[in-house]
Design a protein around this ligand. Structure first.
Ligand code: GDP
Ligand code: MG
Length: 317
């Protein structure tokens, strides 16, 4: 692909940060824009614990997205770490997108996201997400409110889930980026190591299968991630057999003894479901056969311990 056609528009590239309180749909939006799953989604807040990047390369532009853990009041050591990640994610970016959930009443945390956008010297868009859940006229007071709070360059109603207005959003984002060469090779999707992504997918399945019973007291450590170095399918192999085998061992850390039982379930049923769901998604993602072994360990107060950064952000390891 030629990045600077002789005629036609100049290539544009830059960093775009998503800001917003937990659960407004930032990860969903990122996945929709990228057309692939790079950030895990959950109906519960605080699913994203670190900054993640997704890279979208088009004929004439490259957008590097920085997903954030969401804005909230720092409480535990983990949350402080998360807010630090939010501030750091604003350094050197070209555009911020503040994502609000148009279907729920606004709160303090939405205002914190706007404050962060105000601290930032560059342009910002306000995205009113989940418009599939609201009547159009309900958006007007929201736009009115936010236009008084900050000089946003655009107010764009979207539905990350239904993919509404996302093409328009992409175009508006690109218009905002400075001219410049691509920052990553064109086939890059994310800068997250696959190993980290594997842990996040497992964590997503734990959250999904345990619902309210295990609060955020879960971390996943991938102990072993073994891919064959060079692999070619055996002659005549078809389907699954034609794919390499990846061995993954991961430990699910919980805070309390009762939670260990919940994750494992009666007769190990729940852990089996978690493992099955994670394995299926990992096989798809890695285009491989996956042998997944899961362990559950109790580690009291892992969130308050030094070294927690390493569990929630691979950049620290
Ligand atoms: P984040 O915490 O901001 O990253 O939010 P997520 O992307 O994890 O999404 C939180 C929840 O909102 C999930 O259950 C999503 O399926 C849901 N969601 C996200 N975008 C939309 C949308 O446009 N419409 C609807 N109805 N739900 C959405
Ligand atoms: Mg998220």
């Amino acid at each position: 692909m030629s990045f600077r056609p002789e005629s036609g528009p100049a290539f544009r590239s830059g960093f775009v940060t998503l800001l917003g309180r937990p659960n407004t749909g930032k990860s969903t939006l990122l996945n929709t824009l990228l057309g692939a799953k790079v950030s895990i989604v959950s109906p519960r807040p605080q699913t994203t614990r670190t900054r993640l990047q997704g890279v979208l390369t088009r004929e004439t532009a490259q957008i590097v997205f920085v997903d954030t853990p969401g804005t909230h009041k720092p409480m535990s050591r983990m949350n402080e770490q998360m807010m630090k990640a939010v501030r750091v994610s604003l350094e050197g970016v070209d555009l911020v997108l503040v994502v609000v959930d148009a279907s729920r009443p606004l709160n303090q945390e939405d205002e914190m996201a706007v404050d962060l956008a105000r601290d930032f010297s560059g342009p910002g868009f306000l995205l009113l997400n989940k418009i599939d859940l609201v009547e159009k006229p309900a958006l007007l007071p929201l736009i009115d409110h936010f236009s008084k709070r900050h000089a946003f360059q655009e107010f764009i109603p979207v539905s990350a889930l239904r993919k509404e207005n996302c093409t328009l959003l992409e175009r508006k984002i690109i218009e905002c980026l400075p001219e410049g060469p691509p920052l990553f090779p064109p086939d890059t999707l994310t800068d997250q190591p696959t190993r980290f992504l594997a842990g996040e997918i497992i964590r997503e399945k734990v959250l999904y299968h345990t619902r309210q019973e295990v609060p955020y007291a879960t971390a996943v450590v991938v102990e072993k991630f073994e891919e064959p170095e060079a692999w070619s399918p055996p002659p005549g192999a078809k389907g699954r057999e034609a794919r390499p085998l990846v061995r993954i061992h991961a430990t699910i850390l919980v805070e309390q003894p009762g939670q260990k039982g919940i994750v494992i379930g009666a007769g190990g049923e729940r852990l089996k479901k978690i493992g099955e769901a994670a394995r299926r998604e990992l096989e798809f993602l890695l285009d491989a056969r996956v042998y997944l072994e899961l362990f559950v360990k109790e580690r009291r107060d892992w969130r308050q311990q030094a070294g927690v950064e390493r569990l929630i952000d691979w950049r620290h390891s």
